[in-house]
Write a protein that binds this ligand. Structure first.
Ligand code: PMP
Length: 429
């Protein structure tokens, strides 16, 4: 692409200074300098609509988080080996978001700084609790960048070795498989994987899944119940990776797993928890966690510190005060209807699906055969970017636009997004 001198200079400095594993978005990279709510501005003052970031979940640069962090930082920041109320008050509050049938003491919390660390610990706990080593994940899953969490993260590509005791299953995708009753289909895959694993002498430890299957193409619905029953029947644990669907995003529920009517053995979360401050968590059934914590200490220098907890508390407070869960449900339903309506007008759109403010927009070469159109999806990202709309792709074929804006996303933004999608589809036809 034809880059302006400043963009070229920064791009070259990155290449010179940073490890090559960093990947830039866009043929014409975006240089952001400011954010507010669902909007971003670049160095030359162009405004963008953020349709991708679920870290700044309650809105970029939210003053409540900035103030909470500032006040706590001025007073004290330390670690979890001293007594402090913040971590306790926050945990009380966070546990109150869990399904009502759970009782006080059923779950306990651990805190860390990244989703990768949360999943890493969950996988370790699952092994200790079950005595097994075998895990099931899906073929496009991403669960993190540590040795253990990357071993269940095939989304990292063929260069990343998958754990030798990891069985990968295709995600429960009704559109791609054409199977309406996807729950029983997926449960059968789980049972078959466990049988295969155990026939090879690998004891089953658990199933880890992002409950909306974000990297597998965004698969909202209510279909995991039978699969989770199958996991339990086989002696394994279910780890719900809520890094993407959690924290009010899916609207109807606070947590993504809520749509499935299941109660996970462990819940991991990160990204939206601190609105940009590195905070992550593991919520685990007390008896599952104790199999680990009775014998192995866990210390995470920055995890659960008062500043992180202040940020996390501010996020929960804002979600409630600003009614963001209900907003996500209402505006998400409106956005979904508008995107679906747009989809019917363009033959390249195969399926539009979503829950709250988490929407997948699937592009195909042919509506009948449902043949994925990855090239179109990649070109769409560039066209959308030129119209100020930032997003990315997901799915095993990389042909699903992942529309996942900060929760303050409003009605006027639907118009912007629909207009940009419409124009981009027309431009690429
Ligand atoms: N799980 C899921 C579902 C994720 O999307 C991510 C981050 N993309 C992670 C885990 C890892 O989180 P982190 O980058 O904070 O380590």
């Amino acid at each position: 692409a034809d880059l302006d001198p400043e963009t070229r200079r920064l791009t070259e400095r990155r290449e010179e200074l940073l490890g090559g594993s960093y990947r830039l978005f866009y043929r014409r990279p975006v240089h952001l300098v400011r954010g507010e709510g669902q909007y971003l501005w670049d160095a030359v003052g162009e405004k963008y609509l953020d349709m991708y970031n679920n870290v700044a979940s309650i809105g970029h640069a939210h003053p409540a988080v900035a103030e909470a962090v500032h006040a706590q930082m001025q007073r004290l920041n330390t670690h979890t080996r001293y007594l402090h109320e913040r971590i306790l008050d926050y945990t009380d509050d966070l546990l109150s978001t869990l399904p009502a049938e759970l009782e006080a003491g059923d779950y306990k919390a651990m805190f860390m700084c990244t989703g990768s660390e949360a999943n890493d610990l969950a996988l370790r706990v699952a092994k200790t609790h079950t005595g097994g080593t075998g895990f099931i994940a899906t073929t496009e899953a991403y669960h993190g960048n540590s040795e253990l969490s990357s071993s269940v993260s095939p989304a990292l590509g063929t260069g990343q070795p998958i754990g030798e005791n990891v069985w990968l299953l295709p995600a429960p995708d009704s559109y791609r498989t054409g199977i309406a009753e996807i729950g029983p289909w997926f449960a059968e895959k789980i049972r078959a994987a466990v049988t295969d694993m155990e026939s090879r002498g690998v004891r089953f430890a658990g199933f880890i899944a992002d409950s909306i299957f974000s990297s597998d193409g965004v698969l909202p619905g209510s279909y995991l119940g039978e699969a989770v029953d199958a996991v339990h029947a086989a002696g394994g644990v279910f780890i719900a990776d809520e890094v993407q669907p959690g924290f009010a995003r899916t609207g109807a529920q606070f947590w993504g797993f809520g749509a499935h009517g299941v109660v996970p053995d462990m819940i991991t979360t990160g990204k939206p928890m601190g609105n940009g401050i590195p905070v992550a968590g593991l919520l685990a059934r007390s008896e599952v966690l104790s199999s680990f914590s009775d014998t192995i200490p866990y210390f995470n220098t920055f995890g659960g510190n008062p500043v992180s907890m202040a940020a996390a508390q501010a996020v929960l407070d804002v979600i409630r005060r600003e009614g963001l869960q209900q907003h996500a449900q209402e505006i998400g339903a409106e956005a979904l209807a508008r995107f679906q309506e747009l989809g019917t007008a363009h033959s390249a759109v195969g399926d539009v699906r979503g829950a709250g403010l988490f929407i997948g927009f699937e592009l195909v070469k042919d509506r009948q055969t449902r043949e994925p159109d990855r090239d179109l999806a990649l070109d769409m990202l560039e066209e959308l970017r030129m119209r100020g709309v930032l997003t990315s792709v997901a799915g095993p074929h990389g042909n699903v636009l992942k529309l996942r804006p900060p929760l303050p996303f409003g009605r006027q933004d639907i118009d912007w997004a629909v207009g940009a999608l419409d124009e981009s589809l027309k431009a690429l036809r």
